[in-house]
Design a protein around this ligand. Structure first.
Ligand SMILES: Cc1cc2nc3c(=O)[nH]c(=O)nc-3n(C[C@H](O)[C@H](O)[C@H](O)COP(=O)(O)O)c2cc1C
Length: 198
């Protein structure tokens, strides 16, 4: 498979409504982003009013419809500089921590580790009590100790940045994209330089 002139950003979307709209807006600010959806992610996108037809205007989209997670082959050929999983459900965080890769987001996380590609994970479950947005209103949820423990354990993974707030996600992306710009700067489109402007 041909190596691309400039690698892209792989963004995993899971079945979480937590800051979903904000995450999509942020991804939209950036150039060269491909979305990797879990099956739950695809359903939840519809529930929150983001049909795939609209998203295809701004992104290349990979759906979770192969048993082997076929698109991860791209990771072996230098197609991606960074993996972002945002927002990340407690389910996906648990799989990432346990080394399970049976969905597209958990697969791109695993492949990033195996290919030494940095990852940023925006975990949903970060406090014993949280306010989160359902499709119709704001609700209170109480992440369990196992959920909080999984988030904590993920912070110990090599080349993985775990962020707990949307602002921290923006900051982590800014830092990472500055490093990418230094590495691939000559070929960087102008839009990348304006994305995430403070
Ligand atoms: C409207 C809606 C919102 C949800 N939001 C969350 C969430 O914020 N955090 C979470 O851990 N699970 C949430 N879920 C449940 C996940 O979608 C479910 O656990 C799913 O199996 C996760 O699969 P995935 O991790 O492969 O995407 C939500 C489900 C629905 C229907």
């Amino acid at each position: 498979m041909e190596r691309p002139e400039r690698p892209r950003l792989a963004w995993g979307l899971t079945g979480s409504g937590h800051y979903l709209r904000e995450c999509l807006d942020l991804a939209n600010e950036l150039p060269d982003v491909d979305l990797f959806l879990s099956r739950a992610g695809e359903e939840v996108l519809h529930m929150y009013g983001h049909p795939l037809t609209g998203l295809r205007e701004g992104f290349r989209i990979f759906r979770d419809n192969t048993a082997s997670a076929a698109p991860v082959g791209l990771f072996y050929h230098g197609h991606y500089h960074t993996v972002v999983i945002a927002p990340a459900t407690s389910n996906t965080v648990a799989k990432c921590v346990a080394g399970i890769s049976d969905t597209l987001p958990s697969n791109i996380f695993a492949q990033a580790g195996k290919c030494r590609i940095p990852s940023i994970v925006f975990a949903c479950d970060t406090a014993p009590q949280m306010e989160t947005e359902s499709p119709s209103d704001w609700v209170t949820v109480y992440p369990r100790p196992i959920d909080l423990e999984n988030t904590r354990r993920l912070t110990g993974f090599h080349q993985v940045v775990v962020v707990e707030t949307f602002d921290a996600l923006r900051a982590a992306l800014r830092t990472r994209l500055a490093a990418v710009e230094r590495e691939f700067g000559a070929a960087a489109p102008a839009r990348q330089r304006s994305g995430l402007a403070t």
